[in-house]
Design a protein around this ligand. Structure first.
Ligand code: SF4
Length: 370
């Protein structure tokens, strides 16, 4: 699938290529958590232990060329699966080995405690999102079965260009759809899709998302001056997909996206909050639950997940695995846990926090996390 040059380039950027079409890379938050510097926003929102998370993809190729993506335009793109289909057991085993190998150096790092390092070898979560479009791997359901079997939670992100694959996907812990624009014209400008019927594909994907019984989430990536418009039209798309959760997140000015966008396109945390508040006016079933400042992101949830004044957005992972092994007859409600820390702090986000967070993201050059 990959030319030698492309493979070498990715390896130089600390990717480990697995087989012909998969890849693993250590997430910046995994490293941070190992060093005792805090976890990612999915720890705060859902209970993901960032130091036990493996970031990977099952397809380096994608059907979009999103302007805000760190990937360069030389990265592989394609509408159809054209490559040899690797065995899921091989991907499963080799990805875990590659992940562990990438973390080897942390065993001797003075900032990393022995127990954290030992725990990191026990992978508990997989983020299928690193790069490309993981859902087009034709044997994805078999791979998911292996993660479910071994007690590894699955977060999968898709750009909604393969609706049937969403429809046919077995239960996963949390399914994401990226909604990058509120209307057809803007989606073409932001995502630069290969499919001419990209808008219909997005809408069909949202219809299939609506039919899912387990946890779903729609993520908006806010690009200042480009797609932070028409909240009512975003709301219509969100209502169509009817997700349990919503994430409204800032675009980060990193990687090859800097050739297409400018620093001004990166909204501040306060900008993202202002847009999130506009959105909530059109989404009466949702409420803002939490924020994560370093990632400039807000999480909203359906109001039904607030019980007696407490939010339940964390995941009961053992319960999820128990249910997933029994079949698909279970719902989001069956594996919820109370969210330990909620609320937003409007008072502190007036300052435009350019520096520390951006430095972190820059340090993760070519690092995209779900
Ligand atoms: S890959 Fe995603 S879920 Fe995993 S540690 Fe990184 S940001 Fe968190």
């Amino acid at each position: 699938m990959l030319s030698k040059t492309a493979r070498d380039e990715l390896e130089k950027q600390h990717y480990r290529i697995v087989g012909d079409h998969s890849a693993v890379k250590t997430c910046g938050w995994t490293k941070k958590m190992l060093k005792g510097e805090g976890g990612c926003y999915k720890l705060k929102f859902y209970g993901i232990m960032s130091h036990q998370c493996m970031q990977m993809t099952t397809s380096i190729s994608c059907a979009n060329r999103c302007t805000f993506c760190w990937r360069g335009y030389k990265a592989p793109v394609s509408k159809e699966w054209k490559w040899q289909v690797n065995d899921p057991e091989m991907i499963f085993e080799e990805s875990k080995k590659a992940h562990e190998k990438l973390l080897l150096g942390y065993g001797g790092n003075a900032k990393v405690t022995k127990s954290m390092y030992t725990q990191s070898k026990d992978i508990k979560h997989v983020a299928l999102s690193l790069t490309g479009e993981p859902i087009i791997y034709p044997r994805m359901n078999e791979l998911i079965g292996m993660f479910n079997r071994d007690g590894i939670s699955t977060f999968l992100v898709t750009n909604a260009q393969y609706a049937e694959q969403i429809r046919d996907l077995k239960p996963i812990t949390q399914l994401y759809i990226s909604v990058d624009a509120p209307n057809k014209e803007l989606l073409k400008q932001v995502d630069v899709p290969l499919f001419p019927d990209y808008w219909e594909r997005l809408n069909q994907s949202l219809d299939y998302m609506r039919q899912k019984k387990q946890r779903t989430c729609i993520r908006l990536t806010c690009i200042r001056g480009i797609n932070m418009v028409e909240p009512e039209n975003y709301a219509a798309l969100i209502e169509r997909g009817n997700p349990d959760f919503l994430e409204v997140k800032a675009y980060m000015f990193v990687g090859a996206s800097r050739e297409r966008l400018s620093m001004d396109n990166m909204p501040s945390h306060a900008d993202v909050l202002a847009f999130t508040k506009q959105l909530t006016k059109y989404l009466p079933d949702y409420e803002i639950v939490s924020e994560h400042k370093p990632s400039r992101v807000f999480m909203l949830a359906k109001k039904k997940f607030k019980r007696n004044g407490k939010w339940f957005t964390w995941i009961d992972f053992p319960k999820y695995h128990e249910l997933a092994l029994q079949g698909d007859d279970f719902t989001t409600e069956d594996y919820l846990k109370v969210t330990p820390k909620t609320g937003i702090d409007d008072s502190e986000i007036k300052v435009d926090e350019k520096t520390e967070e951006l430095e972190f993201w820059k340090a993760q050059e070519n690092q995209v996390t779900i």
